[in-house]
Design a protein around this ligand. Structure first.
Ligand code: AHR
Length: 504
């Protein structure tokens, strides 16, 4: 008998309005993300600022609302002053995090200009690894003050008359990790984060600050780190960060595709920890979450180690250039669904990263920019997932995997855009063998019709794309049957699906 699933979406079961910054991304001075990625003056498509036009085009299509910068591990020993002013006078620096040489051809001003062209906001990170309060304040003054002070006048002298008014600032990066330059205990980090946050908010109370949370749910200090750090910073920060990457190492695909159960457990634990500190401090404020590094990451690990060990101190070495497969795209789709299901508390998130480095967009040095399989679920959710997220009332089969029990064969969520009345259902069929008959109960959306059913499917779970082949690319599915408020269709085995409905 064929497999069946049913989902009901109703405006009465709203999760929250999606903060569009849930679809953020990340550019770090790492590998070929900046040099050879967004910036390559000798490329055929380069504009007057040296930015690759082909990359900008792919980024604009993604409608990335906010981009974290300049790191990452890189930021923990970054001297932002090196990256401003006349390029010819900028020093070359050793970046110990990635054992590379940073030429500082691109810095704060260039990145702000690139983001403007890309239609994105900047999420700026300050160095709390080797530096502290003073440095963060100077950078904030450089970026956000109108003029008439040392650093704001410096920015104006560098050609940027108007302040950038960056709204979101990260108070360092992964300082719980032993690999981080300036690695700190939770007590040390909580103190420096609180001091920096207070000083930055004295300058501009309207900025939003992100405190560093755990580098992954697997950290030995998780979730004690969150509890301690929030206890010291609760009043003066607005978000706590989460980072998580998943890799498929010695496991099978069903277990890999079930990793979002762990991701959701991670989110729920951080929410519970935030709410515990809220109760402890008798606070009225609810702490929000910034999932500002998430992705699949494992293909390049061995090569990266070799490059950093045997050929260190290159400018823009090819690091973290994961070539993603179709099944990685399915997990990215599932992770996006998980973020949407928790968007009442996860207000911002960054797909890490955007170009060349564990990225949906890759570039050839003398050739084209191209989309990895993971580009597509991100493209769909960013474009069609704006509005109010709706809780799925889902009934479907379940299965067990090596590490997980009761994994639903399907995962799904919907977003309803009040302005345009559009309703979009996102769904992944995790079943690798069979298509599943999928009934979508739309009785709360009378008169709606299907606009299109887009899917990502592939017979080979390990299929990749390249500069010359888009073997994994979206296609249109046949329209199903809509009868009496029930839309009946099929989700192909191992598939990513976008069902777009509109009011007639
Ligand atoms: O995104 C790659 C790296 O992953 C970042 O630099 C770091 O923050 C994380 O460990």
């Amino acid at each position: 008998m064929s497999k069946k699933a049913k989902v009901l979406f109703s405006k009465d079961f709203a999760i929250a309005k999606v903060d569009e910054r849930l679809y953020g991304s990340f550019i770090e001075h790492l590998g070929r993300a900046v040099y050879g990625g967004i910036y390559q003056p000798d490329h055929a498509t380069a504009d007057e600022d040296g930015f690759r036009g082909d990359v900008l085009e792919l980024v604009r299509d993604l409608r990335v609302p906010i981009i974290r910068y300049p790191g990452g591990n890189f930021v923990s020993n970054y001297f932002w002053e090196d990256g401003v002013g006349p390029v010819a006078q900028r020093p070359r620096r050793l970046d110990v995090a990635w054992r590379s040489t940073e030429p500082n051809w691109v810095g704060t001003d260039e990145f702000a200009r690139w983001c403007k062209k890309a239609g994105s906001e900047v999420m700026m990170a300050v160095n709390l690894g080797t530096r502290g309060v003073e440095d963060a304040m100077n950078l904030l003054e450089y970026c956000n003050h109108l003029g008439g002070s040392k650093y704001s006048d410096l920015r104006i002298a560098h050609g940027a008359k108007e302040p950038y008014n960056f709204k979101v600032w990260c108070l360092g990066n992964e300082l719980d990790g032993a690999w981080q330059v300036g690695h700190k205990t939770m007590q040390e980090y909580g103190r420096i984060a609180a001091q920096t946050a207070k000083a930055m908010k004295m300058f501009d109370p309207n900025i939003e600050l992100v405190a560093v949370g755990s580098s992954s749910a697997g950290m030995r200090t998780f979730p004690e780190w969150e509890a301690k750090v929030l206890d010291l910073t609760y009043d003066c920060v607005d978000y706590i960060s989460l980072h998580q990457y998943y890799g498929k190492r010695k496991e099978d695909t069903p277990n890999f595709l079930a990793k979002t159960l762990e991701m959701e457990h991670f989110i729920k634990t951080v929410v519970a920890t935030c709410d515990y500190i809220k109760a402890k401090q008798r606070s009225k404020k609810t702490m929000m979450l910034s999932f500002d590094e998430w992705n699949v990451w494992y293909h390049s690990n061995a090569d990266d180690e070799k490059i950093m060990k045997n050929q260190p101190w290159q400018v823009a070495p090819a690091l973290l250039e994961d070539l993603y497969t179709f099944e990685d795209a399915l997990l990215v789709g599932l992770m996006l669904i998980s973020l949407l299901k928790h968007c009442d508390r996860v207000r911002m998130a960054c797909l890490a990263q955007l170009v060349n480095v564990i990225a949906p967009i890759m570039t050839e040095q003398n050739g084209a920019a191209w989309a990895q399989p993971t580009y597509y679920p991100y493209l769909h959710v960013s474009n069609f997932g704006r509005g109010v997220a709706l809780q799925p009332v889902l009934s479907c089969g379940k299965h067990d995997t090596r590490d997980f029990t009761d994994v639903t064969d399907i995962d799904s969520v919907a977003v309803y855009d009040e302005e345009s009345s559009a309703l979009t259902v996102f769904a992944v069929n995790r079943d690798l063998e069979d298509a599943i008959a999928f009934d979508v109960d739309l009785r709360d959306f009378p008169g709606y019709r299907l606009v299109e059913h887009i899917s990502l499917t592939c017979d080979n779970l390990l299929q990749r794309n390249s500069a010359t082949s888009q073997a994994v690319a979206p296609k249109k599915e046949q329209t199903g049957v809509l009868d009496n408020g029930l839309y009946q269709t099929r989700l192909q085995k191992a598939s990513w699906n976008v069902l777009r409905f509109a009011a007639k």
